[in-house]
Design a protein around this ligand. Sequence first.
Ligand SMILES: NC(=O)c1ccc[n+]([C@@H]2O[C@H](COP(=O)([O-])OP(=O)(O)OC[C@H]3O[C@@H](n4cnc5c(N)ncnc54)[C@H](OP(=O)(O)O)[C@@H]3O)[C@@H](O)[C@H]2O)c1
Length: 324
Amino acid sequence: MSISTQNIPLNNGIKMPVFGLGTWQSKSEEVKTAVRTALDVGYRLIDTAFNYQNEDLIGEVLEEYLKTDRVKREDLFITTKLGSILTRPTDVGYSLSESLRKLRLSYVDLFLIHIPLVLKKNDPGNLFPMKDGQLDHDGNVDFEGVWKEMENLVFEGKAKSIGVSNFNASQVERILKVARVKPVVNQVECHAYLQQRKLENVLQKNGIVIMAYGPIGSPGSSAMLTVPGEAPPPVLLEDPVIANLATKYNKSPAQILIRNLLQRNLIVIPKSVTPSRIRENGNVFDFNLSPEDMLTIERIDKDLRMFKFHIMINAPDFPFSDPV
Ligand SMILES: NC(=O)c1ccc[n+]([C@@H]2O[C@H](COP(=O)([O-])OP(=O)(O)OC[C@H]3O[C@@H](n4cnc5c(N)ncnc54)[C@H](OP(=O)(O)O)[C@@H]3O)[C@@H](O)[C@H]2O)c1
């Protein structure tokens, strides 16, 4: 099996690759090399965001590959997300049109509300305005109004599918109450230490798939994940259970963690800017974890959220105070 043939049908009938490249914190030339490497070895799903400030670089590579017919547009699956300074109905269309301009595309395959958070845009050049040590939020998110504008982008053909990210169960249900177009995914932190089984149940009932971010525990982000005054989170890649399985299957810990999520029928988007790791992470379609080993990994769940988002804890719609 190769990377590019593995798809999952979404609730709107569109097929989405189950595996792709994450690009948060991937900048400058390294993100271009990462996307080129990924496309060369068969990745077709690329995950970016307005907030990541790398869409223009990704767009350069996409144009290069599309112009030379190294990849067809219909085989690519490009995901981007609403800017957090733009999470209001009047700004949704602008956010996607800016992303499309930078990505050099006429449509994205998937457009997500990045996080239920709206930030002040007093200075549009500052994507993360701060006040008193917290992100400077602009009150409550107009969930229903924003979703309506997301739907309009589908009707206009600018986004093939729409979804949410970092939404808790009740926030997803709030969208479902008004949706003419249902969200296809909820992109959330999901890995062996935060397996999200309860959220998965709620989403499954509504035909929504988890798109797992931080699938190998986001090891490069410890400075960002560590809450001042608290110990840093444990390193998932160093878990002894995962290490044992890596030895057993002759694979790396990262490959075991990715394979585990794929066998749960989730969508997985590990990030790397290192060509050898991009290849390694994609080399997970030639083995199966046994049902017993899947269960072994299920047992190491710690319900441990690495991404605490402590700089937005005061935002009125902060999603992670709810247990699910
Ligand atoms: N919606 C959201 O709010 C949200 C939040 C976080 C992430 N995401 C998305 O999900 C993607 C993945 O999450 P993430 O970037 O936080 O974490 P991740 O994919 O779990 O981990 C990425 C880190 O692991 C390293 N790495 C990659 N492959 C490796 C391997 N085989 N062995 C050892 N280390 C390896 C990378 O280093 P190098 O790059 O140096 O190789 C990088 O530091 C993001 O890039 C982004 O697209 C979304």
